[in-house]
Design a protein around this ligand. Structure first.
Ligand SMILES: Nc1ncnc2c1ncn2[C@@H]1O[C@H](COP(=O)(O)OP(=O)(O)O)[C@@H](O)[C@H]1O
Ligand SMILES: [Mg+2]
Length: 235
């Protein structure tokens, strides 16, 4: 459903990504792992239309996203849970969640309802009137995921959802990501530095280093690979 072909992205003169080709089948979970500065955020932000590529193509269900204006990309079915959540801290939980629906203005309703989001994250119902800035990191991540789902994505981009969260909270966030994929059939592109978790959930894994894909494979293959074990699994 997603095909990225020979993508190149620069910040001014600085090359951030070069020759990136990845594919995601409908209903799969594709994980992108790599060290700080490898280019992971640049990749998901480019797929989300926040950054424009210098070269290459991004096809969503065969349609070239370069032909779609950035503000219309979410209407094509791509939503992002950005690095650092990026909530409106002075707005309520409910208002932050509803931000996701604005991308859908004038379109047919999609499958994801506020009720389903609050079933996924019951604590958000209890805190719906609370200002987002007063939530814990894990609760803020739940709001960011809920907001993205209310944009009715076919493809959900998650940029380091576990960053800065306690292990028990990470476990519950990953359970929810699994449900979003399995129960709702959303294709997931997951950027993670928590490599054991990224491998556990993935159908396919790409390793990004210095702006290039240096390895790809099924998670069980990569988990056996000496380079991956040393660099990312501490084994
Ligand atoms: N806004 C920016 N302007 C210039 N360089 C940037 C900008 N954002 C990221 N970079 C550079 O691009 C490279 C990839 O960064 P990033 O995509 O954030 O990596 P990651 O998410 O894997 O940590 C890094 O060298 C980073 O310094
Ligand atoms: Mg990043």
């Amino acid at each position: 459903m997603l095909q990225v072909e020979q993508l190149a992205v620069s910040y001014g003169e600085a090359i951030a990504l070069e020759g990136i080709s990845i594919t995601a089948e409908a209903g799969s979970v594709v994980s992108i792992i790599g060290a700080n500065g490898a280019g992971k955020t640049t990749l998901v932000n480019t797929i989300a239309g926040i950054l424009r590529p210098r070269a290459g193509r991004i096809l969503l269900e065969g349609r070239d996203l370069a032909t779609v204006p950035p503000h219309r990309i979410s209407a094509q079915g791509v939503a992002i849970v950005p690095e650092g959540r990026r909530l409106f801290s002075k707005l309520s939980v409910l208002d932050n969640l509803l931000m996701g629906t604005y991308a859908r203005r004038g379109q047919a309703p999609g499958p994801f309802t506020l009720e389903w989001i609050l079933e996924l994250f019951p604590v958000l119902g209890e805190r719906r009137k609370q200002l987002a800035g007063t939530l814990s990191g894990g609760e803020q991540q739940m709001v960011a995921i809920g907001r993205a789902l209310l944009a009715q994505p076919k493809l959900l981009l998650l940029d380091e959802p576990s960053l800065g969260l306690a292990p028990i909270v990470v476990a519950s966030i990953f359970d929810v990501i699994r449900r979003i994929n399995r129960e709702a059939g959303v294709t997931i592109l997951l950027v993670e530095q928590n490599v054991p978790r990224a491998l556990e959930l993935a159908t396919k894994v790409y390793v990004l280093s210095n702006g290039r894909i240096v390895q790809e494979g099924r998670p069980e293959e990569l988990a056996q690979d000496d380079r991956i074990r040393q660099a990312y699994l501490g084994q």
